[in-house]
Design a protein. Structure first.
Length: 318
């Protein structure tokens, strides 16, 4: 849980947001033409959330995750998920030491500040569950002992469309553990032409300069968590969430957990833009990214994102 952040003068807040914008500028040079997605992703990180990147192969999901870890100065580990991986391959394993007559825990890849869970929907449900439990609890238990994960602890999971062969779709209860689901989509025409001219963007990764480290990022998260959220803003979020529960649009509406995720993401969005309080526009900015993967439309073929945008247009700010 985030602790209270000490008061900082406005100059210090400006320094923080300037560094965040510098990080985004580097990512924009790495991943061309995806400024909106990158801002959503950064807000999710500042809100101490995990993100699911869902898209077709080859649009830069892995490159983006690697670049994000580099610009934030975090220990990075990529795990390529397969259907034969065991939970111990990810979490770690206890090894018996005959000379000492005891077991020693060998931490797995999950003990990194930034974990890229690549193609999570190719992992077995058992492995998916193990990862998502670690994401929720921020710790791993083995042989009766509990091992805390590093702080901050960020999971960026990627998945390809579920209609592809050999995939295991994440159930709704596990999707709910991700603060946001984002989709990069194909590049805009001019960005794609630039990509072909400049070459593989992975070659630009060594040029990424860290703007912070784990401790600094933790401080940013603390400040984002304590951005002021007025009663009027809480009322607005409630009315948005309540609108998803009305019959006719979604199978089930958003839970209070989802509403809290909207609150935290909106705080991070406000902080990222140098404000100490949340505006309605901050809530609107993160609404679809936080809510769309938690909802299933009643009408087959309907778009959750479009329905959520419709709710934004019909629920007035008071």
């Amino acid at each position: 849980m985030l602790q209270s952040a000490p008061f900082q003068p406005i100059e210090r807040i400006t320094d923080m947001t300037d560094n965040i914008q510098a990080a985004l500028a580097q990512l924009n040079r790495l991943i061309l033409g995806k400024e909106a997605v990158l801002k959503q992703l950064m807000a999710c990180i500042l809100a101490d959330g995990h993100v699911l990147l869902e898209d077709v192969p080859g649009v830069g999901k892995t490159t983006l995750a690697h670049g994000l870890a580099a610009v934030l100065g975090l220990g990075y580990r990529r795990v390529q998920f397969t259907n034969d991986m065991m939970p111990s391959d990810l979490l770690g394993v206890s090894v018996y030491l005959p000379n000492d007559g005891k077991f020693e825990f060998h931490p797995g890849p999950v003990f990194h500040s930034f974990l890229l869970a690549d193609e999570i929907n190719r992992a077995s449900p058992k492995l998916q569950s193990a990862l998502l439990e670690a994401m929720e609890e921020r710790q791993v238990s083995a042989d009766g002992k509990t091992y805390r994960l590093p702080q901050p602890f960020i999971v960026v999971a990627t998945q390809n469309p579920t209609e592809q062969l050999g995939t295991f779709p994440l159930p709704e209860s596990q999707l709910d553990r991700f603060m946001m689901r984002l989709s990069m989509g194909y590049p805009a025409p001019e960005a794609e032409k630039t990509l072909y001219f400049q070459g593989d963007r992975r070659n630009a990764l060594p040029q990424i300069q860290a703007v912070c480290n784990a401790e600094t990022l933790r401080g940013w998260q603390q400040h984002a968590a304590h951005v002021r959220f007025a009663q009027a803003a809480a009322d607005y979020v409630y009315r948005l969430v309540e609108a998803t529960r009305r019959p006719g649009q979604f199978v089930t509406g958003l839970s209070p957990r989802a509403g809290l995720a909207v609150v935290n993401a909106a705080k991070a969005w406000a902080f990222m833009h140098g404000r100490g309080h949340v505006l309605p526009d901050d809530i609107k900015a993160v609404w679809v990214s936080v809510a769309n993967h938690r909802l299933q439309p009643v009408q087959q073929g309907a778009s959750s994102a479009q329905l959520l945008a419709g709710i934004l247009s019909h629920v007035a700010v008071q």
